[in-house]
Design a protein around this ligand. Structure first.
Ligand SMILES: NC(=O)c1ccc[n+]([C@@H]2O[C@H](COP(=O)([O-])OP(=O)(O)OC[C@H]3O[C@@H](n4cnc5c(N)ncnc54)[C@H](OP(=O)(O)O)[C@@H]3O)[C@@H](O)[C@H]2O)c1
Length: 244
């Protein structure tokens, strides 16, 4: 399905990005895998061999974008899955925390797409997929203003980028998951097992969080020719959570 296609995946070292990279490799793509964790990048290389081009890179090192991305081959797809979640409640608001979240979740994808577009690295007909969240548009959770704001921005970015890049046939869309069982969720130590169990029970389909593979399937769809006339949109993958 992706034979001869090259897709750059950020966050390829964990969770949704890792599952997406795995799926693309199985379907014949060449994957430019971006992350900071060298061990996890090696793991991907062991899985995909020559089809994986590991790119150990801190995506908040904006001054290095031009030089680093010049080495990237022309792309048929880009998935921005890198991101962090940290609580930043109003009462204890930290500008430092806010800026840390904004840098990787919001500034990085905009700077990345801009640099790749300017460098003519996005082939005609390529597809960009940004990882938003149901917190970006549909629901609020106390303490998440910084994170949710970055995710709302991605839906806006997708609309604007879709218009700016349509003349080259480049599509830009978002996938907005509810909770997904990944390391990002494993790090939410402030929730007890009981609280997590109760939260999972709020998901109509199966009373569970999504798997990374289920989200990767939606990303794969948006990358594929099956989504050839979709751009500027957000697909929600949340087991019916926001349908309630
Ligand atoms: N899990 C969920 O419940 C959920 C729900 C909705 C939306 N999302 C969104 O989906 C995306 C993926 O989430 P996930 O659960 O797969 O997260 P994850 O397992 O914690 O993985 C996060 C990835 O981001 C990369 N990353 C973080 N900071 C980076 C930086 N400065 N430079 C380069 N890479 C960086 C990490 O790579 P290294 O450690 O190698 O740098 C890692 O591969 C995120 O944008 C998240 O907001 C997740």
């Amino acid at each position: 399905m992706f034979d001869g296609k090259t897709v750059l995946v950020t966050g390829a070292t964990s969770g949704i990005g890792f599952a997406t990279a795995q799926r693309l490799l199985v379907e014949g793509a060449r994957v430019v895998a971006v992350g900071r964790n060298a061990q996890r990048l090696d793991e991907l290389v062991r899985l995909g061999g020559d089809a994986v081009m590991p790119l150990a890179f801190d995506l908040t090192a904006f001054a290095r974008y031009q030089e680093t991305l010049a080495a990237v081959p022309a792309l048929d797809g880009l998935v921005h899955s890198a991101g962090i979640v940290e609580n930043n409640p109003l009462r204890f608001f930290s500008l430092e925390t806010h800026q840390r979240i904004v840098a990787i979740n919001q500034t990085a994808p905009l700077a990345l797409v801009a640099e790749l577009a300017r460098g003519n690295k996005l082939n005609t007909g390529s597809s960009v997929v940004l990882l938003s969240s149901i917190l970006g548009a549909h629901v609020g959770i106390k303490g998440t203003a910084s994170y949710a704001g970055t995710k709302a921005a991605l839906a806006a970015f997708a609309r604007v980028m879709a218009l700016e890049l349509a003349h080259k046939g480049i599509r830009v869309n978002c996938v907005a998951p509810g909770m997904v069982q990944t390391e990002l969720v494993d790090q939410l130590h402030q929730l007890s097992d009981e609280a997590l169990q109760a939260d999972r029970a709020r998901y109509p389909l199966g009373k569970r969080y999504a798997t990374a593979q289920e989200v990767a399937a939606a990303i794969r769809f948006l990358l594929s020719a099956d989504a050839a006339f979709m751009t500027g949109q957000t697909i929600v993958v949340d087991g019916g959570f926001t349908a309630q």
